[in-house]
Ligand binder design. Sequence first.
Ligand SMILES: *Cc1c(COP(=O)(O)O)cnc(C)c1O
Length: 495
Amino acid sequence: MKYISTRNKSIKVTSAQAIVSGLSKDGGLFVPEVFPTLSKEDFDKLTEMSYPERAAKVLSLYLDDYTYEELLDYATKAYSRFYGDDPCPLVNVDDNLYVLELWHGPTCAFKDMALTMLPHLLSAARKKTGEDSRTLILVATSGDTGKAALEGFKDVDGTDIIVFYPSEGVSDMQKLQMMTQQGNNVYVCAINGNFDDAQSAVKTIFNDKDMQAKLLANGYKLSSANSINWGRLAPQIAYYVSSYCDLIASGKIKYGDKVNFCVPSGNFGNILAAYYASLMGVGVNKLICASNVNNVLTDFFTTGTYDIHRQFHKTMSPSMDILISSNLERLLFEFSGRNDALMSERMDKLKKEGKYSISDEELKNLKKIFAVGYATEDDTKEVIDNCLEAYDYLMDTHTAVAMSVFDDYVEATGDEETPSVVVSTANAYKFPCDVYEAVAGERVEDAKKATKKLHAFTGEDVPEPLADLDKREVRFTNVIDKSQIAEEVLKYTRK
Ligand SMILES: *Cc1c(COP(=O)(O)O)cnc(C)c1O
């Protein structure tokens, strides 16, 4: 199967090329030429399989440069780094309500689901495309991607990784996780600014021919681990297929039945994977897109206009503090009837004017499958407390945003019958100060103290990757201005 650019369908590359380059050279995002589908027989087989087998099967339909055996080998390696016996357990918290826990990986956030796979896919893709320069992974992170990418790529042959994070835009725990990163091919740097500043600066480097020539002279080619890379997105489709199989296996649903997925969204990668899973044959009633007060997506799905002229809020769910949701481009490519010229025009408008609108027809079609909502900071705290009371279930701030929006959805629609999966994207101990305040009503500013108190209060175990952070050496303390990003990258590649 070939991959085409959302901004120019005549650009066609193989799956290995799409993964090596990350972004198409016209600035567009790679999407599969057609979406593969799964039959009832396929689901019957998948339901009998382990998670790595399910992931390998789903990926093999998209990545035809790789054999099923190769993919199974990568998936087995990737998901053996997860703790517990299931990498993504589906927990039944109430009658029709499930929580899909995507945070049992090495950094305790859902990004691990894809970022433990991507280095394997990328290393193999480099060989398959005959690439002999080193690959430089550049990441702009709102918190969780950075750490997960660092863990995934550390000491992987032929690759280096540089992560930029907004100095004031991530939690203490996230910062500590990145500053203590180990590995000989890693570099971490804070920048003054917010996530969008970091992301647009990194994107500029990707589109700067001059910069690329300079990097090549130093022996490097760029690639991306952000969710714009197809190698990031594809492994995420697998857990939607897998959770549907889990529901079938449990007898809750049968093949063909429809379920709701409610996803705490930022860059729109996670929920986009759910949409792609629905195209493959996962029965979906509604995909509910949950935002925090940075509710640009809520407004977009309500009005049809995407407009970034708005105040940026720092929230207790920082991984969703995003104004430009890059993966929306892939969704709109489908809903525009795969109109590459129109997408190109819209993305140009977004860059120049900070906004664009879609047609009424497109909006109507989007609303058939997508529902939206957002949670305030107070809503988020209240839901964490309520869920601990009602279900004895402790959740993090991002998951709580989704749970709050899901509650609103049920109230607005009366849809209590459809089996529903709230997607849980981080372990509660990644955001101990806010979670502890939500359940105990007491504010503790220090992440380590809050962790101890939260443990004492709830009795929930602290996951092992977060338990001994304070004992690790701090290696990266640099803070730069966003205008210095390019120079910082060159400096690293000169050493
Ligand atoms: C990245 C992240 C999100 C947002 O996911 P997108 O794919 O960017 O929409 C939500 N929650 C957590 C904890 C995350 O790390």
